[in-house]
Design a protein around this ligand. Structure first.
Ligand code: ARG
Length: 458
């Protein structure tokens, strides 16, 4: 028990259980030991404790971290309120009364704020690695499919031809923005609250900079009241995580569609698909479905934390203990979803011939025909109308666009000549694109090279 002086009764059992966070904040144990060591060394530096006492505290905390990592000791959630009290109690067992000196000038409020910031930094790094790997897998697939023509959709209706490589690079852009968001979160997290005490700093001459330097923080929190109650960077973390899941779930949805018998665009590797217990023929895209499903959970975490923070008076309030579960769960889910999506993507084959077969005979080159007229001086609105009539004619006669004779086309508009029919060569559809950001294969290759450069720089 960390207090007791003014209490005559111990806590009610149900109340103790209700308020215990050890079940989930035990994940902070290595960070709690690390923060404790930095604080102990600083206390010796400013002469509040002896150097030998600091050494004992540091060794004790090292031992606790090691014992815990090796499974030789783990605190019992029924016994301790949180990881901080568990570590302190174990420290008493190891170093005796000196343990009581560690908390000089420190409160659990600045302690927990420090621990979570340290962990957030590491979580960002892990997610950044996983994001880079997803982006790498997308770029690999893009490279293999620069010239794989496929239908591009808007409103899930055939729109214009694109390449499968171009399609993957759209997700590579999302992955790039996701990484930028996590870099930002890292900067926001990288501020030291240690030395802010419960809410108002300390009368001890604490050297906050020395502690921040040891813990590799970029900066010091400038207002103690804010420092112990600020969880904004965790909302940023959840926002970044939620957007990753939004992106992954869009990708997942396409894989689900493409793996259907109706589309048959994608063949997921057996290791990332599942069968049915009843229907022997089934091969289900469960990984993609789960990723899509888990997006709800991460978005829910954002709502949970933001709601907890809303209306909280300054400074620390116990409500803030509710920050950990949504954040830790979102971090785990984001990492898992990224890794499984990346591995499943690498295992998936995309059927070039199938794409092409689907595109033969559709009307997705209609815009290109309108552009052909525009390049011959026809106002686009008029060209749009003319091509609308061409499409109608093809539909009425049951023909594909490239099966219409020149005479049939000229009956609609005399300006058509033989070269208009070249537009219908699907193989040339991508080369004809000229604008930056389009699926022109040369441009796609340049974009692939840029992604690779950026990925090696990271
Ligand atoms: N378990 C607490 C949390 O996660 C630690 C801080 C407790 N501080 C306090 N004043 N009761 O927020």
């Amino acid at each position: 028990m960390l207090w007791g002086g003014r209490f005559t009764e111990s806590p009610d059992e149900a109340a103790a259980r209700f308020s215990s966070s050890l079940g989930f904040d035990v994940a902070l144990l290595p960070y709690d030991c690390r923060g404790g060591r930095a604080h102990a060394r600083m206390l010796a530096k400013i002469g509040v404790i002896e150097r030998a006492e600091a050494d004992r505290l540091v060794e004790g905390l090292d031992q606790i971290e090691k014992e815990h990592a090796e499974g030789a000791w783990s605190p019992d959630p029924a016994e301790f309120e949180d990881v901080h009290s568990a570590v302190e109690a174990r420290l008493f067992e190891i170093v005796g009364e000196t343990a009581g000196k560690l908390h000089s000038g420190r409160s659990r409020n600045d302690q927990v704020a420090t621990d979570v910031r340290l962990r957030a930094r590491d979580m960002c790094d892990e997610i950044l690695d996983a994001l880079a790997d997803w982006r790498r897998a997308l770029v690999e697939k893009a490279e293999a499919h620069v010239e794989t023509i496929m239908p591009g959709y808007t409103h899930l209706q055939r729109a214009q031809p694109i390449s499968l490589g171009f399609h993957f690079l759209a997700y590579a852009e999302m992955a790039k923005r996701d990484a930028a968001r996590f870099e930002f979160v890292k900067t926001e997290a990288n501020v030291s609250p240690l030395g802010c005490g419960a809410l108002a700093g300390s009368t001890l001459p604490l050297d906050r900079q020395a502690v921040a330097d040891e813990l590799c923080f970029d900066d010091l929190a400038r207002n103690a009241l804010d420092a112990v109650s600020d969880r904004d960077y965790l909302v940023d973390f959840l926002n970044a995580a939620a957007l990753v899941l939004v992106h992954l779930s869009r990708h997942a949805e396409e894989i689900v569609l493409w793996a259907t018998t109706e589309w048959r665009f994608a063949k997921i590797g057996d290791r990332y698909a599942t069968g049915s217990s009843l229907m022997p023929q089934k091969k289900n895209p469960d990984m993609a479905e789960l990723v899509r499903g888990k997006a709800g959970r991460v978005l829910g975490s954002w709502v949970a934390l933001t709601t907890t923070l809303k209306g909280l008076p300054l400074a620390y309030n116990r409500d803030l203990q509710e920050d950990k579960e949504p954040v830790f769960d979102a971090a785990r889910t984001t990492l898992d979803a990224l890794r499984i999506t990346t591995a499943a993507l690498r295992s998936t084959d995309f059927d070039r011939e199938r794409f092409l077969a689907e595109m033969t005979g559709d009307f997705s080159l209609a815009t290109d025909l309108a552009d052909w007229l525009v390049l011959r001086g026809v106002p686009f609105r008029a060209a749009h109308g003319v091509v609308g009539l061409v499409v109608k004619r093809a539909e009425e006669t049951g023909k594909r666009l490239d099966e219409l004779t020149l005479d049939e086309m000229r009956a609609i508009d005399e300006r058509f000549d033989e070269s208009a029919r070249d537009v219908f060569r699907i193989e040339d559809a991508l080369e004809r694109k000229r604008t930056i950001g389009s699926p022109n294969p040369d441009l796609t290759r340049e974009e692939i090279a840029r992604h690779k450069r950026e990925l090696t720089r990271e």
